[in-house]
Design a protein around this ligand. Structure first.
Ligand SMILES: Cc1cc2nc3c(=O)[nH]c(=O)nc-3n(C[C@H](O)[C@H](O)[C@H](O)COP(=O)(O)O)c2cc1C
Ligand code: SF4
Ligand code: SF4
Length: 434
């Protein structure tokens, strides 16, 4: 039986599934129930400075994007950091950590970008006995306008500066949570490690307007006729997060540094993918908000089953295993040639592959009068579009041509050697180098 125990920055948890800082971790009642349901750790809902807490809107604070079956694909929120008093949160954190010593408990913090503000809150957080802190440099709405959240995360120098303060005034691990609302995610990650961060976590939410109410003529969620941009998360953001995690994992400056991955993680497979791309553990928000805390049980059993099937005894056996396989486009093998193949027994004759290839790809699928669809190898460029639009899983597959086999499209046999764009005769840079 696979061992899911995870050691992230010296903080052990029974499994790599942590709840991200958000409503699921806003209070003791939630966190205790989350731990009882099996979550390995939590990042407590972001705390602000002592004094009157922030005030949330009293109208709707979420907007959503649905799939055709009304499954929630994307969630947008305009919620702020915790709106409960600092002392209440600190007391609850202390009690929960005392009662669940085997679970990871990280405290998320967002205070003004002033040394005194961090110096004031960090000893209070340290006194709770929590395992570490996460610096919220990510929220793109509400707090950013007050000079916090993503307003800090978008300026690498600020990230380094605040991280250094935290390392100075706090003794346990410091995780820097990054905003995806930036052009090159490697820059803030480098800045965090320059400030001696122990890890980065990403992504926080993506700035968005999910929909517009066409009766009210205003963005949703609509508050008394007005709307504002919010933070987007859920399954729809996973591809963006996955790329950003991989970018940091393979960057020369940050390669091998600890990463806690966040963004659309809904199943064990999502988690495994992020870990293979270099994440030491994962954090989840929207999936818990959509399906409840017990969703972690399927994640645990699924990951465990997969690890058993693959012969992985521990999560460290596969963390980062895929990072060397992420490369830049110019290094892809141009002599790797595939063709689409349609399984006629599985085909339901819907014609989607035909429409897609005929109208928007390479006119490589023929349709007979009795609706038999066949791939014409002399036209197929192997783009994969037919596979992507076919409603029947595995009905169309891409089959690799072996070296020496004739590629009917080019009229040439498939070369056996690897060759990429850097040396291709059509590449002006390659010619210049000769
Ligand atoms: C309603 C809501 C409130 C959130 N509040 C916080 C917060 O206080 N601090 C924080 O760092 N991230 C916050 N987040 C962002 C999440 O922690 C997480 O980074 C993001 O939702 C992506 O993960 P997901 O796709 O699993 O939801 C919030 C997200 C949601 C949906
Ligand atoms: S892989 Fe692309 S080009 Fe080939 S049949 Fe499918 S859609 Fe057409
Ligand atoms: S999209 Fe798939 S199921 Fe539909 S006709 Fe093409 S191969 Fe058959």
């Amino acid at each position: 039986m696979a061992d899911l125990t995870t050691n992230f920055l010296g903080i052990t948890s029974p499994n790599p599934f942590w709840l991200a800082s958000a409503p699921p971790t806003d209070k003791e009642y939630n966190v205790r129930r989350a731990f009882e349901a099996g979550w390995g750790g939590v990042v407590w809902k972001t705390l602000g400075s002592e004094g009157p807490p922030v005030v949330n809107v009293n109208g709707p604070r979420y907007g959503a994007i649905y799939g055709a079956d009304r499954r929630l694909l994307g969630l947008n929120n305009i919620e702020l950091i915790t709106d409960r008093p600092l002392q209440t949160n600190l007391e609850e954190i202390t009690r929960v950590k005392r009662d669940y010593p085997d679970r990871a408990l990280i405290v998320s913090i967002m205070v003004p970008c002033e040394e005194e503000a961090w110096k004031a809150i960090l000893p209070m957080v340290e006194a709770t006995g929590a395992d570490g802190i996460e610096l919220n440099f990510g929220c793109p709405h509400g707090m950013a306008e007050r000079g916090m959240g993503s307003a800090v995360g978008q300026v690498p120098e600020y990230i380094t500066m605040v991280t250094e303060w935290c390392k100075q005034y706090y003794s346990k691990p410091v995780i820097v949570k990054l905003t995806p609302n930036i052009t090159d995610i490697r820059k803030p990650a480098q800045a965090a490690f320059k400030g001696n961060a122990d890890a980065v976590s990403l992504i926080n939410t993506i700035n968005s307007i999910t929909s517009v109410n066409l009766d009210l003529m205003a963005p949703e969620p609509t508050i008394d006729g007005k709307g504002t941009h919010g933070g987007y998360c859920g399954p729809a953001v996973k591809p963006i997060a996955l790329n950003m995690v991989a970018e940091i994992a393979r960057d020369a400056e940050t390669r091998g540094k600890p990463i806690s991955a966040i963004g659309g993680i809904t199943t064990w497979r999502d988690a495994a993918e992020f870990m293979v791309m270099g994440a030491g553990n994962v954090q989840v928000c929207t999936a818990a908000m959509t399906y409840g805390f017990k969703v972690v049980q399927e994640m645990i059993s699924g990951l465990s089953q997969w690890m058993d099937d693959k012969g992985y005894a521990a999560t460290s056996d596969f963390i980062g295993a895929g990072v060397p396989n992420v490369t830049d486009w110019q290094y892809l093998n141009l002599n790797y040639i595939t063709k689409a193949r349609i399984d006629q027994d599985a085909c339901i004759k819907c014609g989607r592959c035909y429409a897609a290839c005929e109208d928007t790809s390479h006119q490589a699928i023929s349709m007979s009068p009795d609706r038999v669809f066949e791939v014409q190898d002399d036209e197929c460029v192997a783009c994969n579009l037919c596979v992507d639009v076919c409603p029947v899983e595995n009905c169309i597959t891409m089959v690799e041509l072996q070296p020496g086999e004739m590629d009917k499209r080019t009229g040439k046999p498939v070369p056996s050697e690897y060759a990429n764009w850097t040396t291709h005769p059509n590449n002006p840079a390659a010619q210049a180098a000769e």
